[in-house]
Structure formats: structure tokens, C-alpha cells
Design a protein around this ligand. Sequence first.
Ligand code: APR
Ligand code: PHB
Length: 395
Amino acid sequence: MADKRLTTSVAIIGGGPSGLLLSQLLHLNGIETIVLERRSRDYVLSRIRAGVLESGLVALLEEARVAERLHREGEKHGGVEIAYRGESLRVALDELTEGDVVTVYGQTELTRDLYEARDAMDGVVIHEADNVQLHELDATSPFVTFDRGGETTAIHCDFVAGCDGFHGVSRSMLPAEIIRPFERVYPFGWLGVLSETPPVADELIYAGHDRGFALCSLRSRMLSRYYVQCPLEDNISDWSDDRFWDELRSRLPTDVANGLVTGPSIEKSIAPLRSFVCEPMSWKRLFLAGDAAHIVPPTGAKGLNLAASDIHYLFRAFVDFYKDDDEGGLQAYSEKALARVWKAERFSWWMTQLLHQFPESSAFDQRIQQSEFDYLKSSHAAQVALAENYVGLPY
Ligand code: APR
Ligand code: PHB
């Protein structure tokens, strides 16, 4: 039995970008939500993730009224560089897509903006909610229970949005007979370093090399983010700053490597790479969004952008339901979201395949990879395909 009872329209599990954005958009449309987050706010705001925003996400953030700082501090990038074994190619995103660009703005900053917007509207976000459980999702009034400060609370609602990331509890509520997971786990990780140094280039550089993949990214004019592909078994303690900088330099084209400004790392972490899709993305009164339903490898920076397209479809479906009593959007949600998810899965897989060294790769595979880059370098059509996927396919 619960000690306390709350009611709301949509209970949202997870206070990451998906959950916060959904809550903000629903609130602006007069629909009540409660967000339940397992961690503290400080913990959520300490996570460092990719920061490349498609224009569809920027438009959604404008609609959510959280784009002010992003427009002030974010950088628009009209191009991206792809380097391969010392050769390089600039893909002019804007020219190849009739003017579309990406905006570079850290996901941590975006999450902070969302929290501040939720505070300003007195949005309810409950942190450190333990033992979140979802109940009676096949009834018209499901409920969610959680523990906090020695008390159990029940939230009665119309719908539950599972925005609780890959390790959340929501996805496991889909019955075994209907859930179909699709997965590819890659045999390497990314070692990432954040440093208070000027970025080596104005645009992002994705580099494939015999020693493995490398990425030069940035957060601002004095904050750089770099990655190198590393074995999954490696530990952070294996990687001194000097070793990291030497390895990064060895994988970049010489002119880029010569311009690299190094400094002490202020954060260093290793992340595994995975492609994952859960079908369907909804069941009865439960709707999954973001990392709870799918994961992409970070090559191409699609994780946050895919979360945004889910939220775009889901929030509009809820608005149709509450304003016009129209269930069509909710019924079509899974199919619509998955169609876009799979295209981004394909693109992220393709970029990963193009630029990484796979331990089992044969001489044949190496030649195919080289010819994939040669084709990209020589073909306008191939560059258009990369550019339109990188800036984001339409919603
Ligand atoms: N109960 C409550 N909250 C939970 C639970 C649970 N059982 N399990 C996980 N959470 C919380 C996590 O602590 C986290 O804050 O859910 C949140 C999920 O946030 P993210 O993992 O950031 O996922 P999402 O909001 O979908 O963000 C999109 O796409 O590729 C990524 O990097 C990208 O983080 C970005 C994500
Ligand atoms: C990052 O800046 O952290 C970043 C950028 C692009 C990616 C992945 C990560 O594809």
C-alpha cells in the first residue's frame, strides 16, 4: 500500500533530455505531467554526451521555449570533415542540403536549460525516486509507484512515458510475447577526453586510420572534446593524458595533428558502442522514447536527435488525444517513430563501419572500407547522402 497518492495525466519515467523535453512541451499545451528521476539533479547534469543538434531538434526546442541560450552560445556548423588514412574530405553540409546545418551545443547545457525551464513553470520533477514500478498498463488508469525518504508514493495517471534510458525499467514492462529486440554490440569503445584547450579545427573531424578511429569535437572556443577508438578491456588508468594525445595525433592527418593544442584532461571516460532497437515502442498505455527504446553508436551523433524525433511524434499524439479526443497519433506512434529510428540506425552503423578498425577485419574488408571512402570522396551523390543524414532526415 502506498503512503501517498498523486494524480497526473502523463507520468514520465526518467529526467534526461527525453523526459524533460516531453514534460515541458506537454505543460505548454496544458497537459499535466510528473517526472520521476532515479538520480540527483547534480548527477544528471554531470553526464557528458555528444552535442550536435539537428535543425529539427532546434525547432522543437524553440517550440518548447528553451532555445534562447542555445541560439546565443551554440555554433552553427555548415560542414564536417571526414579523414581517412591521411586523406581528407570536407562535406559541405549547407551546400549539399540546400542550406541545412547542425548546431554544436553540449547536451549537458541543453539538459540544464530544460531543468531551468521546468523550474520556471513549476514543473514537477521528483529526483532520487527509488524502486520505480509501473502497474496496470493495460487498464485505462495505470499507476506508478516509487520510494523516496522512507515513503511509498503512487502516481495515478492516464499514460506512462518510458524515458528512462537504456538501463531503465520501462522497456521491461512490454510482455515477452510482443517485444522484439535488435542488437549489435561493437568490439571496441570510445575513450573521450574533455580539455580546456582551443579546438584543433572550427568544424568536427571524423578520422579513420589503421590505428583506429579518432574524433575532434568541441564545446566552445576554449573547450575541446576528443575521442579515440580503444579496446573494450582498456581502463582509464591505462591512458595517461600524454598517451591519449600521442595516440590522437597519430591518427589525424599531419596538418591537423601539427595544430593540436594539448592540455590536462578535465574529464576522461570510456564508452562502449552499441546499436539497439526495441520493437514495438509502445504497448497499451506505455510509450517508450529515446534511449529507453533505441541506442546508436555515437558516430554521427544521432542519440539525442533520435530522442527528439520520438518526443516530437509523442507530444503531438498526446495533444491530439487531450485536445481532440483523437487516439490516432498514439496508435501510430510506434510505427512512425521506428521508421525514422531505423534510418538513423543505418546511418550510425554505416559511419561506424566506414571509420573504425574491426579486430576481425580481413584484407578484403580493408579494401572495401578504402573504396567506400574513395567513392565518398569522388561522388557528389554519396556526399549528398552523407550530408542529408548528418543534418537529420525530416520528421
Ligand atoms: N527510474 C527513474 N529514472 C530512471 C530509471 C528508473 N528506474 N532508470 C533510469 N532512469 C533515468 C536515468 O537516471 C536518466 O537520467 O532516466 C534518464 C534517462 O536519460 P538518458 O539516458 O539521457 O536518455 P534520454 O533522456 O532518452 O536521452 C537521449 O540519447 O544517445 C543518447 O546521449 C544521448 O542521453 C542522450 C539520449
Ligand atoms: C561530441 O562532441 O561529444 C561528439 C560529437 C560528434 C559525435 C559524437 C560525439 O558524433
